[in-house]
Design a protein around this ligand. Structure first.
Ligand code: HEM
Length: 409
């Protein structure tokens, strides 16, 4: 995903294919979204095989579609790549379940992200931050995007009490699941890559769940096994799909928020210098980095009733894609949206979503980013580009697969 550092160039919609993962790595979706916000806020795209979806690009419509489950359901899946395919985890996995069942599943899990649990995870995250930034202590070129993957793995491992040595393969499988078209992950066609990733991750968690059932401990897996929804405890299968969801939620997004924000800071060195001067600017830097990068790029919903949005009406059964990165550049909400500004006030970004599915891991995601940038401003004088970044091939995650940097300790 290209991230504009200035107002996007003028385009038309000819040849713009928001479904194509390559368009997000090699094309210029921000320019297309800017055009759509202004001229086609409800835009329909039909694929060669006849499947079709609407795109919403304005902040107000994004919040409406994500926020109102009575009008727009998550139960038919929320990934654009799976357009038109029923989600096998409907009613069992948080992201694919509507309230009231969703509320029952989600309420007990909040404990994992509350004060004491976050506090307990903090040391492990801080250690991971130091590992990620270790190459910065030496002169030379290193890949910040690749190393940033270590961060969410540390978070997820702390949360689920996963063996440290499993981190690398889990990270790879979640990469395959989030960006099956990307050359770093693709093993055959996207569908096969996704199926392999799902098989590996579900088998991994099924074994862990079986081993942990009936044992005691404070981790997320045991919490899933002991919590009760209204109709009783979760089955092993429900626990497995929600372990998958937690791991994917953490791994697919956090590294891209880190790497994309560092790229923005390399393009705006005065902002990094300001944060080094005054550490109290770091929380603002984190929020602006989240708005700027919007790593969770698209979410799908299906209309259940006639619903009027800016630009028209969608009908029951219609698929609607919300483009988060576009909503986060909406000039109706953000002053000078193409300016990266760590002092921005009233930053109402929706990088963590909006409404009932608002990111469960938002607090731990923010903590991870804050710890990373606090450590960075303390120990790294400057990040400099050491080669062109490579953008992830994905219509779901806006991210960087490679970000070569040179750092001055
Ligand atoms: C920068 C980091 C992150 C970003 C940008 C992000 C973004 C998002 C977004 C936009 C959603 C809404 C999905 C929807 O509306 O369908 C979401 C949901 C979710 N996220 Fe995150 N996320 C991040 C980090 C994390 C972490 C660290 C975890 C876990 C440790 C996590 C776990 C989840 C889960 C389980 C959901 C589903 C919540 C539900 O359906 O109720 N996320 N995330």
């Amino acid at each position: 995903m290209r991230i504009n550092a200035g107002p996007p160039r003028a385009v038309t919609l000819d040849g713009a294919d928001l479904f194509d993962p390559h368009f997000h790595s090699e094309g210029d979706p921000h320019a297309v979204w800017a055009y759509m916000r202004e001229h086609a806020p409800l835009h329909r795209q039909t694929l060669p095989d006849g499947r079709a979806f609407w795109s919403v690009t304005r902040h107000v419509d994004a919040c409406r579609v994500l926020g109102d489950h009575r009008e727009f359901t998550s139960a038919r899946g929320s990934l654009l790549a799976q357009l038109g395919t029923a989600d096998a985890a409907t009613g069992r996995m948080l992201v694919a379940t509507d309230p009231p069942r969703h509320t029952q599943l989600r309420r007990p899990l909040n404990r994992l992200f509350s004060g004491p649990a976050l506090h307990a995870a903090e040391n492990r995250i801080r250690r991971a931050v130091r590992t990620v930034l270790a190459p910065a202590a030496r002169e030379g070129r290193w890949d910040l995007a690749r190393r940033a993957g270590l961060l969410p793995m540390a978070v997820a491992s702390a949360l689920m009490d996963l063996p440290e040595e499993d981190g690398e393969r889990l990270l790879h499988w979640t990469g395959m699941a989030a960006a099956p078209e990307d050359p770093a992950y693709r093993v055959a066609g996207a569908g096969t890559t996704l199926a392999v990733a799902h098989h590996q991750l579900f088998a991994y968690f099924a074994e862990l769940v079986a081993r942990r059932r009936g044992t005691t401990g404070e981790d997320a897996i045991r919490l899933l096994l002991t919590m009760r929804a209204d109709d009783g405890p979760l089955s092993d299968e429900e626990a497995v799909v929600n372990c998958y969801s937690l791991l994917l939620g953490a791994n697919a997004t956090t590294p891209h928020a880190v790497a994309g924000t560092v790229l923005a800071l390399m393009e705006h060195p005065e902002q990094y210098a300001a944060a080094r001067e005054d550490r109290s600017l770091v929380p603002g830097l984190v929020e602006e980095g989240l708005r700027w990068t919007s790593p969770a790029s698209s979410f799908l919903r299906y209309a259940v009733v006639d619903a009027e949005l800016s630009g028209g009406v969608v009908r029951p059964g219609d698929a609607v894609a919300v483009w988060v990165g576009s909503a986060n550049r909406d000039e109706r909400v953000f002053t000078d949206p193409y300016r990266f500004d760590i002092r921005r006030t009233g930053n109402r970004h929706i990088a963590f979503g909006f409404g009932p599915h608002y990111c469960l891991g938002a607090a731990v995601g923010r903590l991870t980013l804050r710890l990373f940038f606090e450590e960075a401003v303390d120990t790294v004088e400057e990040f400099r580009s050491a080669g062109p970044p490579r953008h992830l091939v994905s219509n779901f995650i806006a991210g960087l697969a490679e970000l070569p940097v040179r750092t001055r300790p």
